[in-house]
Design a protein around this ligand. Structure first.
Ligand SMILES: [Zn+2]
Length: 330
């Protein structure tokens, strides 16, 4: 629903370093032993000035292992990742990731890929802290309903967000660590609703994501309401409508946005009651009485949101903004 506004300090190169600093302990992993054994004789030669003389080291980084698997043509790494760098995979933008995904396709059974891009190992120690420290996460980017902020405790930072893999990590495990494939979201959106659903070009991490501009909450009144005079929230509907296309139809459906916002019609009902209580003439009177500028009074009464505000900072900001437009308050 809302595009992620990445801050300057959200430095993708630092993320890459954070990820590629991870070391696998060679001696501890059967799979790594297997990798190096498969090379056989040629491995002996490489020990003297080769790409990686494994048995002289006790650890290996993701980058080294990726290069090693590629150069030794293990598990088709040379063809699968032909022309694709680790950097493309880890910090490529969403367009790059989509291209990689289309090139490589489903890879459910490659244990080397699963091992190399294992999300579980890095999630709590490296990936989530990177998001906690470098992005001011407030509400879910998919729904703008729930707070998913980070907070401080005596034992350090905690958070209420989950990281959804925009491209499912079960199907495309090589994208499990990709920075722009990770969308901070609430539990309901990530686990209960989205699951393995796939969209095309609709990632909140993309500069092209324009849900907020294209899709608006509309205000519909039941037939028995005249001149915006409504008696209860049951008299109104607030469906999301997309202008001129239906790119976001599936997105709205998957996240059950229309159904979920039904439960929050009271916010709109309150705005409408205020609109009735405070017509422009009343606001002008208040300006005369208090000396407070008319625009300020209006803003305070209706909780109006400025144009330059990042709507993800508070729950329901998009709803309030769109309905303010519908009520011609802004
Ligand atoms: Zn959500």
């Amino acid at each position: 629903m809302l595009k992620i506004n990445y801050l300057d300090k959200f430095d993708k190169n630092r993320y890459f370093k954070t990820i590629s600093d991870k070391y696998f302990h060679i001696a501890k992993h059967e799979l790594l032993q297997e990798v190096f054994c498969r090379v056989g004789v040629s491995h002996q030669i490489e020990q003297n000035g080769g790409i990686l003389p494994p048995y002289e080291k006790t650890t290996i980084t993701i980058q080294e292992l990726f290069d090693y698997l590629k150069s030794h043509k293990i598990a088709d790494f040379d063809t699968l990742f032909d022309g694709i760098t680790l950097e493309d995979i880890i910090i490529g933008d969403i367009d790059t990731l989509q291209k990689i995904k289309n090139t490589i396709g489903l890879k459910k059974e490659n244990k080397y890929i699963d091992f190399l891009f294992n999300y579980t190992n890095l999630q709590s120690k490296k990936i989530k802290p990177f998001f906690e420290n470098n992005l001011h996460i407030a509400t879910c980017y998919y729904c703008n309903i729930d707070y998913i902020n980070t907070y401080n405790t005596r034992s350090g930072k905690k958070n209420k967000f989950t990281l959804d893999h925009y491209y499912d990590k079960g199907s495309y495990s090589y994208l499990a660590l990709s920075l722009y494939n990770l969308i901070p979201s609430c539990y309901a959106c990530n686990s209960k609703l989205k699951g393995v659903e796939e969209f095309t070009n609709l990632a909140p991490s993309s500069y092209k994501f324009n849900f907020n501009k294209k899709v608006k909450f509309k205000l519909l009144l039941s037939d028995n309401c005249k001149n915006l005079h409504i008696k209860s929230k049951d008299d109104i509907e607030i469906p999301l409508k997309e202008n001129y296309s239906n790119e976001y139809e599936k997105y709205i459906e998957v996240f059950k946005l229309n159904e979920r916002y039904q439960a929050h019609k009271d916010i709109v009902f309150e705005m409408m009651q205020n609109a009735e209580l405070y017509p422009e003439s009343r606001l002008r009177e208040l300006q005369e009485l208090t000396g407070i500028p008319y625009q300020q009074i209006k803003k305070d009464i209706f909780n109006l949101i400025d144009d330059d505000v990042d709507l993800s900072k508070k729950p329901f900001s998009k709803l309030i903004k769109d309905i303010s437009e519908e009520l011609k308050l802004i």
